[in-house]
Design a protein around this ligand. Structure first.
Ligand code: AR6
Length: 186
């Protein structure tokens, strides 16, 4: 399923983010930038030790990455040239600013991509695994953040890909995309 917002093609795919051929892929990292499980573990394994070394250098410079922010490294052995490490919020029930922090994680990743002249980027579903953010709400936030950025920054990104790891997650994002399109039509 795909749509075009501004000049950006937004595509939903079922797959593994480590295999994407976009210029950048986004990692659902944590503030320590030291790696972890889930998509973070998979990206570090596929990228090799260079990624960890670059993350350590960023830690030495700025002491990690606050929730809602993002940092950039090379892609190591990945097909992607860059990895953007974004830190989504841990779900605490929805009254701790989680929605705003998740939106900022997407928007700051897109901003960093634009600053580096990156034309194509792939996101995983940030915060909806170990961090337990309810996926239907997370999908709406992800897509509306991408839409807002694409419409406000025409010519920045040619493609934004959302890479969903299970058919169930893919269907949730399809529903969210339909809802976003219905809202757009109003
Ligand atoms: N490709 C695409 N999506 C994936 C992949 C993959 N290879 N592997 C998992 N997912 P999570 P979070 C999906 O837990 O909730 C880590 O330990 C997964 O099915 O990776 O943001 C970090 O170090 C889920 O839908 O990230 C942090 O400590 C989505 O990726 C913490 O987990 C996100 O799940 C971050 O938690």
């Amino acid at each position: 399923m795909e749509v075009t917002w501004g000049e950006t093609r937004v595509v939903l795919v079922l797959g593994d983010i480590t295999e994407q051929d976009t210029e950048a892929i986004v990692n659902a990292a944590n503030s320590s930038l030291l790696g972890g499980g889930g998509v973070d573990g998979a990206i570090h394994r596929a990228a090799g030790p260079k990624l960890h070394e670059e993350c350590l250098a960023i830690r030495a410079r700025q002491g990690g990455c606050p929730t809602g922010e993002a940092v950039i490294t090379s892609g190591g052995n990945l097909r992607a040239r860059y990895v953007i490490h974004a830190v989504g919020p841990i779900w605490h029930g929805g009254h701790a600013g989680e929605a705003d922090l998740l939106r900022r994680a997407y928007t700051n990743s897109l901003r960093l991509a634009k600053e580096h002249g990156i034309k194509s980027i792939a996101f995983p579903s940030i915060s909806t695994g170990a961090y337990r953010f309810p996926i239907a709400q997370a999908a709406r936030i992800a897509l509306s953040a991408i839409r807002a950025f694409a419409e406000a920054n025409p010519g920045a990104l040619a493609e934004v890909r959302m890479v969903l790891y299970s058919p169930a997650d893919f269907r949730v994002y399809e529903d969210a995309l339909r809802q976003e399109l219905a809202q757009q039509a109003q």
